[in-house]
Write a protein that binds this ligand. Structure first.
Ligand code: GTR
Length: 333
């Protein structure tokens, strides 16, 4: 994805220049065109923040690096895009830690239901030493996590009835992201989990292939799932951070100066995303309510937590080394 301006210089001009001058042109004018993956549409908080990231990087590097963001998952669905970024076929992306789990097992901790108290606690955890630990785990799989975005809390929605207690999930066919922990989570409530790429959910809801799914308000709204699924039940069972990640191969090519520019731009983008996110949650809620979606608060969340407890037990049995990490997260103020 790099090209040299050298190859664009007309031959006549090249002939005029001395070999030494040409060498310096080709070295200093080397530019990197970066391709970035984004699942969301234009105007979504993440899309706006990624655009700011791209603009800041290209401005501050005087065009040495020109990131371009491809929205709406046009470069592939999320698990595929993660693979592409790992191999360097993509330069960067905004990835959710849910579909990251199958690749970076440590990040599975972040997909345990009811792990965080609230979104602010998640930010504090990810901005501190624990976040660095996750970044180290990602780096081992060739992804450089420069900052953490939020994606609010996820709740169930479906086409049939409000979910007030765990039994209301029984028999519902619910789409989940690509991670076995979510299959266990829906199974624990007596539903049928169907892992499926995000882009297929709308059609599957419409045709009745699935009865519902789970997500946050902004995604429920921007994906138009609310046009079909008229019951949104606030279980808030998952709070999952997302990274702004750079492909290791693209990162390694940068000078120290450019690394610092890219890191700062990613941190600024995360601040912007978090601010826009908080605003969008409210707006999205209004949009879906006006469209006739019935939102219900789930009063007894402890009942859902109790059903999901075995997931923790089997997770810790499979990964005893991660028990302390779970405790550290829980104890973060
Ligand atoms: C969104 C999240 C995306 C993607 C999507 C999904 O909330 O921001 O990265 O994970 O959910 O459900 O697939």
């Amino acid at each position: 994805m790099s090209y040299s301006l050298y190859s664009r210089i007309p031959l006549s001009l090249a002939a005029l220049a001395t070999a030494g001058a040409l060498m310096s042109v080709s070295l200093s004018a080397e530019a990197e065109d970066w391709r970035g993956w984004n699942v969301h549409p234009d105007g979504y908080p993440n899309s706006l923040a990624l655009k700011s990231f791209a603009d800041e990087v290209s401005e501050k590097t005087d065009g040495r690096i020109n990131p371009r963001v491809y929205n709406n998952a046009v470069l592939g669905d999320q698990p595929d895009a993660i693979d592409q970024a790992r191999s360097g076929a993509l330069d960067f992306g905004n990835f959710n830690m849910g579909p990251m789990g199958p690749i970076v097992p440590e990040t599975d901790v972040l997909s345990l239901p009811f792990l965080f108290k609230d979104v602010d606690q998640m930010y504090r955890v990810m901005d501190g030493d624990i976040g660095k630990r996750f970044a180290d785990a990602l780096a081992e799989k060739n992804l450089i996590a420069l900052s953490w975005f939020g994606s609010g809390s996820r709740s169930f929605y479906n086409t049939d009835h409000p979910i007030e207690e765990p039994d209301d999930v029984k028999g519902l066919k619910l789409r989940v992201m690509n991670n076995d922990l979510y299959v266990q989570m829906v199974d624990a409530l007596g539903g049928n989990a169907t892992p499926m790429p995000y882009g297929e959910v709308f059609q599957s809801l419409k045709t009745g292939v699935i009865d519902g799914a789970e997500n946050n308000f902004p995604s429920f709204e921007s994906s138009n799932h609310y046009e079909v699924a008229k019951y949104f039940s606030e279980t808030d069972h998952l709070i999952i951070p997302e990274c702004l990640c750079i492909a290791e191969s693209s990162w390694d090519e940068l000078s120290d100066e450019d690394k610092s520019i890219v890191r700062t731009a990613a941190e600024n983008a995360a601040q912007e995303q978090r601010k826009l996110w908080a605003e969008r949650v409210e707006k999205s809620q209004e949009v879906v309510e006006q469209a006739g979606v019935k939102i219900n608060q789930v009063k007894d969340k402890a009942a859902f937590q109790a059903k999901m407890k075995p997931i923790y037990q089997s997770f810790i049995e499979a990964h005893p080394d991660m028990e302390a990490l779970i405790d550290d997260i829980r104890q973060t103020e």
